[in-house]
Design a protein around this ligand. Structure first.
Ligand code: DQA
Length: 148
């Protein structure tokens, strides 16, 4: 069974409480539950993590290098700042889908640049928490294609 990682960056532990007009009312636990149900139905094993610490996200990407066939990542604010996460993901040889709950392109200018997008297979922004589901479906397709 293929393994995927779903990684979440800083402040996403506050989903549901944090700026609900931007990020909605669903919690990270709701997202994890829905992702797990979808992954299972697609025949994928999933590891789901969130951290406010850059190094922990990097360590999970390194772990994924050894074990996983794909990564869905919402790097949150690290999207716009982290060369270190870019470097870690660049050493991952399988598909990566970048997810943002909000449409970063209609927000502040500093959110328009992503260090991650140039190495992502695809980017989903502004689809709310549904973006995670779309990302997992796409990853399942890409993993299938890789094997074919
Ligand atoms: C975010 C967008 C980022 O700009 C922001 O820093 C986040 C969340 C999103 O999911 O819309 O924390 O990645």
């Amino acid at each position: 069974m293929s393994l995927i990682y779903v990684l979440n960056g800083p402040n996403l532990n506050l989903l549901g409480k944090r700026q609900p007009h931007i990020y909605g009312h669903e919690t990270l636990a709701d997202i994890e539950r829905d992702c797990r149900a979808l992954a299972t139905s697609l025949g994928l094993e999933m590891r789901f993590h969130q951290s406010n610490r850059e190094y922990e996200l990097i360590d999970w990407v390194h772990e994924a290098r050894e074990t996983a066939s794909g990564i869905v990542i919402n790097p949150a604010a690290f999207t716009h700042t982290s060369v270190a996460i870019l470097d870690a993901l660049s050493a991952f040889d399988h598909p990566i889908i970048e997810v943002h709950i909000s449409n970063v392109h209609k927000r502040e200018e500093f959110r328009h640049h992503s260090y991650i997008s140039p190495i992502a297979s695809g980017v989903i922004a502004g689809f709310g928490t549904q973006g995670y589901q779309l990302a997992i479906r796409r990853l399942a397709t890409l993993i299938g294609q890789t094997k074919a």
